[in-house]
Ligand binder design. Sequence first.
Ligand code: GDP
Ligand code: MG
Length: 322
Amino acid sequence: MKRVAKKRNDAPHRSGFCAIIGRPNVGKSTLLNRVLGEKLSIVSPKPQTTRNRVLGVLTRPDLQVAFLDTPGIHRARGGLNRFMVEQALGALPEVDCVLYLIEPGIVRDPAVPSGIRVEIGEVNQFIVEKLRESGKPVVLGINKIDTVPKHELLPVIEAWKDALPFAAIFPFSALHGDGIDQLVDLVGEQLPEGPPLFPPDVYTDVAERFLVSEYVREQILRSTRQEVPYSTAVAVESFDESEREREGRGLVRIFARIYVERDSQKAIIIGRRGEMLKKIGTAARLEIEKLLGCKVFLSLEVTVEPRWSEREDALRRLGYSS
Ligand code: GDP
Ligand code: MG
């Protein structure tokens, strides 16, 4: 286990996907905004969008990390909210590593000799189990260290260090910007060697397109539940930008293609007399309008493409690349 990032001058370029996972309010969005700065502001304009997976891409000379900001995992009254958890953890197979955020969780307790107890909690235990099953390298980020005295950090690390064979454990503060670079270094070390996956200058466009495709995809999953698998892909094929550049932000025309693997899935998504597709399109459009802050004309088409997911250009088709 490493706690300090080591930098080698001859280090190869690394790139890949990292999921940010953690309970609501641990500081996932704050961290992502810190890491990506203004580049992200376009992808997280409103709190309600955080139930979507948000992509932000950090590009450094030595490193490119595409972050997925997963929704918070919580326990609903009737047990775990399956949909939320699946959305949050559904990203796991796609990522190269996980950045798992927690808070110190210190509870004052006069009954113990040290006077403090570290609480891991039921939800975190559930997350840990899922992370163990995923087999992905996990960096544990202990956020909000500004809220506890320094000497109380060691008990927190002690309480957590055996929960999983973490790739690293690192205390930081997203709000105050303490330790952010080192945390990113630790994430970078978990990624495979390779060239950048995205051009360095298109992140906002990529993020918008990605979000649009995610909004459509989320509506498909919400509307069709188990009937349509997670392998469904949505590619934004055209995104009328010129309109947006004008003052007053007129209308954005977006054309997106939904890829499914079988005719039966296509039939489900289109629905009787196109009603399902209309419902999906309307719900997605309302979300996209909130994101972009303007009126949207959203046109959807469903295409059957067996085994699309194995294609080499899957990334491109998913709208990850322009
Ligand atoms: P998310 O639900 O995981 O995305 O959490 P947010 O990023 O929305 O943060 C939840 C709250 O925690 C906000 O009020 C943040 O300002 C606060 N917060 C985030 N990071 C820190 C930190 O390092 N220290 C403190 N004191 N508060 C933080
Ligand atoms: Mg958030």
